[in-house]
Design a binder for this molecule. Structure first.
Ligand SMILES: *[C@@H]1O[C@H](CO)[C@@H](O)[C@H](O)[C@H]1NC(C)=O
Ligand SMILES: *[C@@H]1O[C@H](CO)[C@@H](O)[C@H](O)[C@H]1NC(C)=O
Length: 361
């Protein structure tokens, strides 16, 4: 294990010339080729999807005309937009024709104060056994936000419909912060409960969600998982990892990619460090204190937060967009599903029951 440290480091380096405000791009060849592990180009695309899901104008989001629905995500076709009004959650499913993939994105928390939300993360318990995984413990709140709300049935049906229509194309799941936690549970669910092959996960600044036993199951089922962490972002440090209590502590699943700056004189290099496959590489974000909130709110130069905090405010101009092939449904709890195909609440219920039967047998 005495290979030089730098071998483990870096796929892409941006060389920022501070004096001229000019940006050059250099690629750094290492002896080991990491391109099968981490794809920087894909990260630049998925971060835009994870940012767009924060938009509150549902019409603009569904028709992919929102202010963040441009750039590398242009041409995206949303097939399902699910808003759980009760729990203030939002996610969409669509087809990225240029990637030839289904993309699913989850919104992070919309609470009044991001600081309060982060402080609460310190106290999250490992309080739920993950079904059918001996010793695997997770945080009930994160688990339920995906599994026990309108999100899961809405997403599952939209993914199934999209696969009927477009075939067996890869599924890429993404999200930022709490949305990254939900994206992780979704990627695992699609793999083990729906049997979808090649589900990929890429999250931005997500918290820990389970213990070491869970992380080890997770990496077996979802090997194609990347967690980007940014400089001193606090959230990936939470809930805490207790080195001295390996049996009791939260533990990240692999693989982290840590984005951080290295300054040399007036030059600042942005390094994307590909971490080891333990999930808790001490040389990655754990090598810093992780005390920044602003590093949590911006990834790869993209804003990762709502335009206005503290409102689950939904803007929807239903009549303007409702053409004959778009369905707008509200379930009895006033949750909203906008989709290209019928995803009625009775269908949601049936599908959940059918899944439960499959799981039980
Ligand atoms: C990285 O992702 C981009 C976008 O999906 C793709 O075009 C490219 O081929 C990928 N590169 C590798 C090495 O897989
Ligand atoms: C799901 O939510 C319902 C109502 O909010 C609650 O009664 C139930 O215990 C929850 N189930 C799980 C597994 O969290």
């Amino acid at each position: 294990m005495d290979r030089p440290r730098w071998l483990g480091i870096v796929v892409a380096i941006w060389l920022l010339s501070a004096c001229q405000g000019r940006e050059l791009r250099m690629s750094h060849k290492t002896h080991k080729d990491f391109s099968d592990v981490y794809n920087h180009t894909l990260a630049l695309i998925l971060v835009e999807y994870a940012s767009a899901v924060y938009m509150s104008d549902l019409t603009a989001l569904f028709t992919w005309t929102c202010t963040r629905c441009t750039g590398l995500t242009e041409g995206f076709e949303v097939v399902g937009l699910i808003v759980d009004v009760q729990h203030c959650l939002q996610a969409y499913v669509g087809v990225a024709h240029d990637l030839n993939a289904i993309v699913i994105a989850f919104r992070g928390t919309q609470e009044n104060s991001i600081r309060n939300w982060i402080e609460d993360l310190f106290w999250k318990q490992l309080d739920l056994n993950y079904p059918d995984m001996p010793d695997a413990m997770v945080h009930h709140g994160f688990y339920s936000a995906y599994h026990n709300t309108t999100l899961r049935p809405g997403i599952v049906i939209a993914v199934q419909k999209a696969r009927e229509f477009y075939g067996d194309i890869p599924v890429m799941v993404t999200g930022h912060s709490m949305g990254g936690a939900m994206a992780s549970f979704c990627a695992l669910d699609l793999t083990i409960n729906l049997g979808i092959p090649n589900v990929q996960l890429m999250t931005f600044g997500q918290p820990r969600i389970g213990n070491a036993a869970f992380a080890s199951f997770f990496s077996k089922y979802v090997p194609n998982a990347i967690r980007l962490t940014n400089q001193n972002d606090m959230v990936p440090h939470l809930p805490p990892y207790y080195y001295y209590f390996p049996q009791k502590t939260y533990h990240h699943f692999p693989r982290e990619v840590w984005i951080h700056n290295v300054g040399i004189g007036s030059l600042v290099y942005v390094i994307e460090q590909i971490c080891d496959n333990s999930g808790e590489d001490p040389d990655c974000c754990r090598s810093v204190r992780g005390s920044s909130i602003s590093d949590h709110l911006r990834y790869l130069g993209v804003d990762m937060q709502a335009e206005t905090w503290g409102s689950c405010g939904i803007v929807f101009h239903g009549n303007e967009v409702l053409s004959s092939n778009i369905l707008y449904q509200v379930d009895p709890a006033e949750n909203i599903v906008i989709s290209k195909w019928p995803i009625v609440s009775s269908a949601i219920k049936q599908s959940v029951e059918a899944d439960d039967k499959i799981n039980a047998s």
